[in-house]
Design a protein around this ligand. Structure first.
Ligand SMILES: Cc1cc2nc3c(=O)[nH]c(=O)nc-3n(C[C@H](O)[C@H](O)[C@H](O)COP(=O)(O)OP(=O)(O)OC[C@H]3O[C@@H](n4cnc5c(N)ncnc54)[C@H](O)[C@@H]3O)c2cc1C
Length: 384
């Protein structure tokens, strides 16, 4: 570790969207020395591998607010930075044939309307009329928000990292944090593969590795890694554009347009927790079968490539944001399941205010670290 980087006011562990955005916003409000340690390269883990979706269709108001804030932030920054990232406003369409899920959809829509989300409730006939390539005869209905969509997650992360660097953030790539030193319940330093870095504040933004990083300070965070596989097809024009991000909530299958091709994936609810990110032939066969059922034309699509990434999942599928324990100087933004990319900018801004002791406009109480005794009240129901 050279003299320039052997001390820091704040060390962020993890150079994904959460770590990068938090560093950016910390430096908007201060001239502190902020160092981000990343064991690999920036945004190569979940952030760079994700599908880039941004939706306002959540069941929990706090998650709706985070998506709305991110959309606003991206719009402002696109103008300020002249950044290239485009928001593809294709909409998100949720479908179900299950009476219980349908009831949940209708309850969620009431909450979403209360928060100003322009979501529509659609009958199977209306769905068939708008998207005739979808099988609808078995459905009870769907919900559609035309303002949802996607961006290129890597472009967004890189734009934030460039802006953070300009403000003085130091990004140490290929630098793994191996330990966190505490003295009298206060953060004292981090030990990295490049040396020791003295600091009074550590922010855990380590994604799927968040529990391992928490362990370094003796904390037991209930966050587990789960593989999610995604497949892209070659150019495919048998389905007319725009193709919304369609989520079949019963099979947890989804697809959307992806340039000239299609991107599709599925949650395997039976898959055990692991750090495995390989693609799997058996999974692909099930995916194609599910895709061909819900959108029969997809059976003609040709798979180009696939990849796996990791979700970081808490028991209630909501993240942990803010202080992580009674130890002084330990903070985190971890456990984002399948919605951390879209919440990264808004959470980065809110967390920077928590760390700097400034006023936070968002209600983060649903995301406190010590909530796991009263899970039923506050969990997120719409997960994919
Ligand atoms: C296939 C897939 C599709 C998804 N689709 C969407 C979507 O459409 N919309 C959405 O909002 N979200 C989506 N997500 C979820 C989203 O990708 C994540 O929630 C989000 O990227 C998490 O960001 P992060 O910064 O917390 O984690 P990451 O991007 O994983 O970054 C954490 C970083 O910490 C580093 N790290 C870990 N331990 C250490 C250590 N000890 N020292 C130094 N560095 C360390 C890792 O190398 C990694 O780079 C998807 C995820 C996957 C896998």
């Amino acid at each position: 570790m050279n003299a320039r980087t052997d001390t820091a006011d704040i060390v962020v562990i993890g150079g994904g969207i959460l770590g990068i955005c938090t560093a950016y916003y910390l430096l908007q409000h201060s001239d502190l020395k902020v160092v981000v340690c990343e064991k690999d390269l920036l945004a190569q883990a979940a952030t760079g591998l994700c599908v880039g979706g941004i939706r306002q269709q959540f069941s929990h108001p706090a998650n709706i607010r985070l998506s709305q804030e991110t959309l606003q932030i991206l719009e402002e920054l696109r103008d300020d930075w002249g950044a290239a990232f485009d928001f593809h406003k294709i909409g998100y369409l949720f479908l179900t044939k299950s009476p219980t899920t349908w009831e949940n959809f209708l309850e969620n829509v009431q909450i979403q309307h209360r928060w100003g989300v322009p979501v529509e409730v659609l009958s199977p006939q209306e769905i068939h009329h708008r998207w005739p390539y979808l099988r609808t005869d078995d459905l009870l209905g769907g919900t559609f928000c035309a303002d949802d969509g996607y961006v290129d997650p890597y472009e967004v992360a890189m734009a934030f990292s460039r802006a953070a660097r300009k403000q003085g953030a130091v990004f140490l790539e290929k630098t793994e944090v191996l330990d966190i030193e505490l003295k009298s319940d206060r953060v004292h330093a981090v030990i990295t593969t490049q040396g020791r870095l003295a600091t009074p504040v550590v922010i855990n933004a380590a994604g799927a590795w968040a529990a391992q990083v928490a362990c370094m300070s003796g904390l037991n965070l209930p966050i587990k890694p789960y593989r999610r596989q995604v497949y892209a097809t070659t150019a495919f024009d048998a389905i007319p554009r725009p193709i919304p991000l369609v989520i079949d909530q019963d099979s947890l299958f989804y697809f959307r347009e992806d340039g000239p091709g299609i991107l599709m994936g599925k949650t395997d609810a039976a898959e055990p927790s692991s750090f495995d990110t390989h693609t799997d032939r058996g999974f692909l066969e099930t995916l194609i079968e599910t895709a061909s059922y819900r959108a029969p034309r997809l059976s003609d699509a040709e798979i180009l490539r696939g990849w796996g990434g990791l979700y970081a999942i808490t028991p209630d599928e909501n993240p942990i944001i803010g202080t992580l324990s009674d130890h002084q100087g330990l903070y985190g933004a971890v456990g984002f399941s399948g919605h951390g990319f879209q919440h990264g900018p808004a959470v980065g801004r809110a967390l920077s205010r928590v760390v700097l002791n400034s006023k936070v406009d968002l209600d983060l109480s649903a995301f406190r670290y010590d909530r796991f005794d009263c899970l039923k009240e506050i969990g997120e129901k719409i997960t994919v």
